[in-house]
Ligand binder design. Structure first.
Ligand code: AKB
Length: 321
């Protein structure tokens, strides 16, 4: 797909920051606008344009879209599950009103394509927990999950009613070495690496036996861009693709880290996020993504752990962690 100009909202966040870097490598630094809100762009984002974008204000999106002649948006700005439970009204405002504004601007400006992430948070306690099917019960218990289910439906509505080509993935927990996640339930799977490298100990906020679907950032970026570049004619689904790379318990993750850092100690002190984790699937059936646009992950638990630790140890030794 030939793209003219891309806006990434939430570009300072965990996924947005690495996505912006990757898109700039593919399409040129000046073609990708990093949209930020509260946090200013970090060093990794300074090689191209960045703009303040408040997604809850339509005119704020319009200003950037018109200035840069944007034709594609990766809408990564969102309030995640744990922060959303502490502040449901903020989650609704950012996730629903923000998405509505993005879709309206995309419709009015006849954009080529929009990416809007969904999440395993669309599922709830009544959903089958193992090999969760693509088509299944969507009755989440978190405000984040409610906004993700409604968001998927809104995206599909815009596709059918207005022809806006919106696509999205139900991300599992994303593990990354560059930018920390901001307030999700799966954050322990990232924090554990930072603490293992810095202090050789971590207190985990879910139980040792808690299993969740996960994915390493290079696979997350690959999936996101591959879906966006897939021919429309091959897609039966649009904004709700199940996707996964691995599933493991918090205890299994700690054991894998111990293979590299033998004196690493992990303790478990579950908090309110345990209930959220228990309402989500343990494993995911992503056969629709595999069939419709050729999804296949590169990283499993051992490969991801080795790469994470290598990257974080290097940054720690350089005094950058
Ligand atoms: C969260 O934990 O809230 C997110 C997600 C799974 O969508 N990482």
């Amino acid at each position: 797909m030939e793209t003219k100009k891309i806006l990434v909202t939430g570009a300072v966040g965990q996924i947005g920051s690495e996505l912006t870097v990757d898109l700039r490598k593919r399409y040129g630094n000046d073609s990708i606008v990093a949209g930020y809100h509260k946090k200013k762009p970090t060093a990794m984002l300074l090689n191209g344009p960045s703009e303040l974008v408040d997604v809850t204000k339509k005119e704020s999106i319009e200003r950037v879209v018109e200035t840069y002649d944007i034709d594609t948006v990766y809408h990564m700005a969102a309030v995640l599950s744990a922060v959303g439970e502490k502040n449901p009204s903020l989650a609704w405002g950012v996730n629903m009103n923000g998405l509505y504004n993005i879709l309206e601007v995309a419709r009015e400006h006849k954009m080529t394509r929009v990416f809007c992430p969904s999440s395993i948070a669309v599922f709830g306690p009544e959903t089958p927990k193992e090999k969760t099917p693509q088509e299944t019960v969507l009755r989440p218990r978190t405000m984040y999950g409610v906004t993700k289910v409604a968001g998927e439906m809104l995206c599909d509505y815009y596709f059918r009613k207005f022809g806006v080509d919106v696509r999205g993935l139900r991300y599992p927990g994303i593990i990354s070495s560059e930018t920390l996640p901001g307030g999700g339930t799966t954050d322990y799977a990232v924090e554990i690496f930072y603490e293992a490298v810095k202090n050789k100990k971590y207190t985990c906020f879910v139980k040792k036996g808690t299993v969740l679907p996960m994915m390493y950032m290079p696979d997350c970026i690959k999936a996101t861009i591959e879906l966006m570049n897939a021919p429309l004619s091959s897609l039966r689904h649009h904004s709700d693709f199940n996707i996964t790379a691995m599933s493991f318990s918090a205890g299994e993750l700690a054991e894998e880290i111990k293979k590299h850092i033998p004196d690493f100690v992990c303790e478990y002190r579950p908090d309110f996020r345990q209930d959220i984790a228990e309402s989500w699937p343990r494993t995911i059936d992503d056969s629709a993504a595999r069939k419709e646009w050729g999804w296949k992950p590169d990283y499993d638990l051992p490969a991801m752990t080795a790469d994470m630790l290598e990257k974080l140890k290097k940054r720690y030794e350089e005094g950058k962690l």
